[in-house]
Design a binder for this molecule. Structure first.
Ligand SMILES: Cc1ncc(COP(=O)(O)O)c(C=O)c1O
Length: 452
């Protein structure tokens, strides 16, 4: 029988991140300064980001070298294991070969430290002493708290209210690494005070709070856990390892699956395979899984919109549900974002990536089935991807084909067991985004240039 774990050594940690921006079909639509509606330049970003990351944000280089110190720190958890899901395959009675890349072995328990560490590093190199950020599921906040600790920097986190209540131990984890954590909306910022009528919060509100803190202090910058090009860039270390691991297994993926909140774990695992499709004519399919309660890619409109609720960020070209959309407080907190990475949106728009939306109960059913076969308890976010894997495995059986499926199991669910409890108790609701909500959101979108 083929191996269960496909492992790499520390010397095989990739030396470069892969920048997919130059590969995108057509001219990329630039982010816009909302005041002038002109392309946002480095000067629009420099009040809250270091130059090293701004350069990556706009880079046209196909590859970017990983700094030695970052690679050294990556050794704390990288390379991460890839597993062949023999037992899950048997349970699903599928001829498909299912591989999962497990990012839950990082100290914070997800893929988020892959970008938290370089983000903190580039900031520290430019003399920044503190980072402010938002967190939805608590995964990103923990990752940045950990990274700031390693760089001897301060970290201030605005945690979405519903997650703060559901996951007190994520807060303890951030505090263990020395971060200060606020429940968002908070009374610390104007943005928080203005949104007090939304007590469950949203990522958009928490982002506004963190950006406000960073913009108001020269020694403080802002760090974002997803969406931006440089974040997706750092996550390509996952995809690059997958290429080497699948090569060891003598396989190539027919389909790559990931969940999408802001698009970083999906963008990271798919990048080298997307490039191979676009440059070498490979025919891999890419499936993005999102929640039916916050269905950005499947139901959103492709428009310029703000990245945050209060309209403080540049306008980005993306599928959006409207920057002031407050999704219901569902359990996959990391997928409660009104927009998505422009890079992933561009790939969906170009027909390179297909998107599917799932409800909470079918998602947890998939996660429990996976956990009972493979042991690992997935975070609610990648549980959406597992749901899509089951559909792909069923399709392979129906077609009678030995398809190779690769999925990003981007985090464990050890801090999400309250959500599993709710599922077992039958009290999980299945909220869905309504057409009326979309119409209302459309009316509130800013006036912006049309996208081709
Ligand atoms: C475990 C986990 N998976 C996925 C996500 C979604 O983010 P992204 O789409 O950027 O990977 C999050 C975000 O917090 C997360 O914590």
């Amino acid at each position: 029988m083929a191996d269960t774990k496909i492992l790499l050594t520390e010397s095989e940690i990739p030396t470069h991140w892969l920048n997919l921006m130059p590969d995108l079909p057509g001219e990329p639509a630039p982010p816009l300064n909302p005041g002038t509606m002109e392309p946002a330049g480095p000067e629009d970003l420099s009040p809250i980001f270091p130059m090293g990351l701004i350069q990556q944000e706009v880079s046209a280089d196909p590859e970017i070298e990983i700094p030695d110190e970052v690679r050294e720190i990556y050794k704390l958890w990288r390379p991460t294991p890839m597993y062949r899901a023999h037992r899950f395959e048997r349970d699903l009675d599928t001829p498909a070969h299912i591989y999962y890349k497990y990012e839950g072995t990082s100290p914070a328990g997800s893929h988020k430290p892959n970008t938290a560490v370089p983000q903190a590093w580039y900031n520290r190199e430019e003399g920044v002493r503190k980072l402010a950020t938002e967190t939805g599921a608590g995964q990103w906040g923990s990752a940045l708290a950990f990274a700031c600790r390693l760089m001897d920097m301060e970290c201030e986190v605005f945690m979405v209210g519903s997650s703060y209540d559901q996951k007190p131990y994520r807060r303890s984890m951030m505090q263990t690494w020395g971060a200060t954590v606020h429940r968002s909306p908070s009374s610390e910022t104007q943005a928080g005070r203005a949104q007090a009528e939304h007590p469950t919060g949203s990522l958009g509100i928490a982002i506004s709070e963190a950006v406000e803190i960073a913009a108001g202090d020269d020694a403080t910058n802002y760090a974002l856990g997803s969406v931006l090009n440089h974040v997706l860039l750092h996550q390509t270390v996952v995809g690059a390892e997958c290429v080497a691991q699948l090569e060891k297994a003598g396989e190539y993926p027919d389909v790559v699956v990931g969940c999408v909140g802001g698009g970083s774990n999906f963008g990271g695992i798919t990048a080298p395979f997307v490039r191979a499709n676009l440059r070498e004519g490979k025919r891999t399919r890419f499936v993005a899984a999102e929640p039916a309660a916050c269905p950005t890619l499947t139901r959103g409109v492709y428009r310029y919109d703000f990245g945050d609720t209060m309209g403080m960020t540049p306008l980005m070209p993306m599928y959006t549900l409207g920057h002031d959309f407050v999704p219901p407080p569902m359990h996959a907190g990391g997928l409660r974002y009104h927009g998505d990475a422009p890079l992933v949106c561009g790939l969906v728009r170009a027909g390179v990536v297909e998107a599917r939306a799932y409800r909470q109960n079918e998602t947890f059913e998939a996660a429990v089935r996976f956990a009972r076969a493979e042991g690992i308890i997935p975070a609610p976010e990648p549980a959406h991807a597992i749901r899509a894997v089951i559909e792909e495995a069923d399709a392979a059986r129906e077609a009678g084909e030995e398809r190779v499926i690769l999925v990003n199991l981007c985090g464990h669910g050890h801090f999400d067991l309250a959500a599993y409890d709710a599922y077992f108790a039958g009290s999980l609701e299945d909220p869905e985004f309504s057409e009326a909500e979309m119409q209302a959101a459309l009316e509130r979108l800013p006036e912006t240039p049309a996208l081709a």
